[in-house]
Design a protein around this ligand. Structure first.
Ligand SMILES: NC(=O)c1ccc[n+]([C@@H]2O[C@H](COP(=O)([O-])OP(=O)(O)OC[C@H]3O[C@@H](n4cnc5c(N)ncnc54)[C@H](OP(=O)(O)O)[C@@H]3O)[C@@H](O)[C@H]2O)c1
Length: 438
C-alpha cells in the first residue's frame, strides 16, 4: 500500500490581497505541490481582523478566527504565514510563532526592515526557520537567488527597481507626458497604488526592501535612519524631458553595494537618471527588476511582477514548499553569513556618483561662467550643459548641468555656493546619475 502522504499544516494570518492568493493557489495546485514536495500543504486555520467581512473566495467558516493566537497555540499547526502587514502586531505574531517553535513565512518587508535583526536572532535561537521570499520584489525569486544560487559570490552591487507603483508613475510621465499627480491618480484608478500610497511615493517601501537585500548580501542589518531614502514626489515633467535629452531615463532605484576601496556598504533609494541603453531603463509599468553583480557569476538580471495577489502568493508558496521539506530537519534562520551585526555604512556625504542639477538662473551673460568656477573650485567637473532658448522673454531660464563623479558632500557644498549667487533662484533639482557599473 502506498505510504500515506505527510501533511504540512498551515496557519494563515491575513486573508487580504496576498492571503487570498495563497489560499486560492494552494488549492489550485495542491496535487502538483504534493507531487513535488511529497507533502500535502493544507491551510487548517485562518486569522483575520473582521470575521464578518465578505471575501472574494469561499472559505469554510470553521477555519476562520479573529484571534491569531489560536494559530500559535494550535499544536497541530506546523507553519504560520504572516500576511497581516504593519510592524508592531506582525512582530508580536512572528516572534510568538518562533517562540512556539513554529516555522514562519512572511511577506512583510516593513517588520523585517524595522525588527529583522531581532527576529532572525530569535529564529536561530529557537531553531525555527523564518522565510521571506515575498518581502522583496513580489513574484521575483530574488531572495532565493541571492542566498542560494549566488552563495558562492561576493556581491559587488545590487541595483533594483523594486517598487511597481513608482515605476508605473515614472513610466507614464516618461512615455505619456503626464504630470506626477495625474500619473498617481491613474495608478490608483487601475488598482496599482494602495489607498494610502505614501510608502510607495516617499520611497520607503523600496527602502525596506533595500535593507533586506543589504542584510542578505552583506550580513548587516542597517537601521532605517542609516539608509538614505528619497521618493519621487518632486520629479517634474521638465526633469523627465531634460533627462531624455541627455540620454537618460529617471527610475526610482535601490542601490545596495560595497564601497570601492573599503568594507563599508551603501544602501540607498532615490530617483536616479540611468542610461537609456541600459536594460533596466526598459523595465516599465508595474514591473520590477533587480540587477545583481557577483564576483564569480558577473552580471545577472531578475525581472517580473513585483506585487499583486498571484505573483506574491507564488513566492509565499515557494517558502511553504521549503518549510515542507525542512520540517523534519530544522534549521533556524534562512539568511546567509556573515551574520547580522550592525555593519558600517558609508555616510551619505561620502557616496559617489554623477549628478543632474537643474537650476533656474537669470537670463544674463556670465552666469554659467560663475557657476563653472564654483564647481571647478570644488573639483567637480561638468560633463554637459543644457540651456534651452527661452520661449518668451522671461527673467529666469532653466540651466541643466550633468556633473562628473563626486561625493554627495562635495556636490552639496558646491550647490550651496551656487545658490548664494544673486543670479540663481533657490528652487532647484539635484538627482543622482547612476551609470550602473559594478
Ligand atoms: N499586496 C501586495 O502585492 C504585496 C506584495 C508583496 C508583499 N506584500 C506584503 O504582504 C502583507 C499583506 O499584504 P496585503 O496586500 O495582503 O494586505 P491586506 O490586503 O491589507 O490584507 C491584510 C489582511 O490581514 C488581516 N489582518 C490585519 N490585522 C490583523 C490582525 N491584527 N489579526 C488578524 N488579521 C489581521 C486583514 O483582515 P480583514 O480582511 O478582516 O481586514 C486582512 O485579511 C504586507 O506585509 C505587505 O507588505 C504585499
Amino acid at each position: 500500500m502506498e505510504e500515506k502522504r505527510k501533511q504540512l499544516r498551515i496557519g494563515l494570518a491575513g486573508l487580504g490581497n496576498v492571503g487570498t492568493g495563497v489560499y486560492k493557489n494552494l488549492l489550485k495546485n495542491q496535487d502538483l505541490l504534493s507531487e513535488r514536495t511529497g507533502t500535502t500543504l493544507v491551510v487548517t486555520k485562518i486569522a483575520v481582523r473582521d470575521i464578518n467581512r465578505k471575501r472574494d473566495i469561499e472559505v469554510p467558516k470553521e477555519l476562520i478566527t479573529s484571534n491569531w493566537n489560536e494559530l500559535i497555540e494550535d499544536p497541530d499547526i506546523d507553519v504560520i504565514v504572516e500576511l497581516i502587514g504593519g510592524v508592531d502586531e506582525a512582530f508580536k505574531l512572528i516572534s510568538g510563532a518562533l517562540n512556539a517553535n513554529k516555522a514562519v513565512v512572511t511577506g512583510n518587508k516593513a517588520v523585517l526592515a524595522e525588527r529583522g535583526k531581532e527576529l532572525i536572532e530569535l529564529s536561530e535561537k529557537q531553531n525555527a526557520p523564518l522565510y521571506c521570499e515575498a518581502a522583496v520584489a513580489g513574484g521575483i525569486p530574488i531572495i532565493k537567488a541571492v542566498k542560494e544560487a549566488l552563495i558562492g559570490n561576493r556581491i559587488g552591487s545590487i541595483y533594483g527597481i523594486i517598487n511597481g507603483t513608482s515605476n508605473y508613475i515614472l513610466t507614464r510621465m516618461n512615455s505619456g507626458g503626464i504630470e506626477f499627480s495625474e500619473a498617481l491618480a491613474e495608478a490608483t484608478e487601475k488598482g496599482y497604488a494602495e489607498a494610502d500610497p505614501s510608502l510607495d511615493i516617499n520611497g520607503w517601501d523600496a527602502g525596506h526592501k533595500a535593507i533586506i537585500l543589504g542584510w542578505l548580501s552583506y550580513g548587516q542589518w542597517l537601521r532605517t535612519e542609516e539608509v538614505s531614502v528619497i521618493g519621487i514626489e518632486d520629479i517634474s515633467l521638465d526633469d523627465v524631458a531634460f533627462a531624455d535629452d541627455l540620454g537618460y531615463e529617471i527610475k526610482l532605484l535601490g542601490v545596495i553595494r560595497q564601497a570601492k576601496n573599503d568594507e563599508r556598504i551603501e544602501v540607498r533609494v532615490s530617483p536616479n537618471l540611468i542610461p537609456k541603453d541600459h536594460i533596466l531603463s526598459s523595465v516599465d509599468g508595474v514591473f520590477n527588476a533587480v540587477a545583481v553583480h557577483g564576483d564569480v557569476v558577473g552580471e545577472t538580471l531578475f525581472y517580473g511582477s513585483g506585487a499583486g495577489q498571484d505573483a506574491t502568493s507564488s513566492a509565499v508558496i515557494s517558502d511553504l514548499a521549503d518549510a515542507a521539506e525542512n520540517i523534519n530537519n530544522r534549521v533556524g534562520c534562512t539568511g546567509f553569513v556573515p551574520k547580522g551585526e550592525f555593519g558600517t555604512v558609508l555616510p551619505l556625504s561620502e557616496t559617489i556618483s554623477q549628478y543632474y542639477l537643474r537650476l533656474s538662473v537669470a537670463d544674463r551673460p556670465g552666469v554659467l561662467a560663475k557657476i563653472a568656477t564654483i564647481t571647478a573650485n570644488h573639483d567637480v567637473g561638468i560633463l554637459s550643459v543644457i540651456q534651452p532658448e527661452p520661449e518668451s522673454s522671461t527673467e529666469h531660464i532653466p540651466l541643466v548641468l550633468l556633473l562628473h563623479d563626486a561625493s554627495y558632500g562635495t556636490v552639496q557644498a558646491a550647490l550651496k555656493s551656487i545658490l548664494e549667487l544673486d543670479t540663481v533662484e533657490p528652487k532647484h533639482t539635484l538627482l543622482r546619475v547612476e551609470t550602473l557599473e559594478q
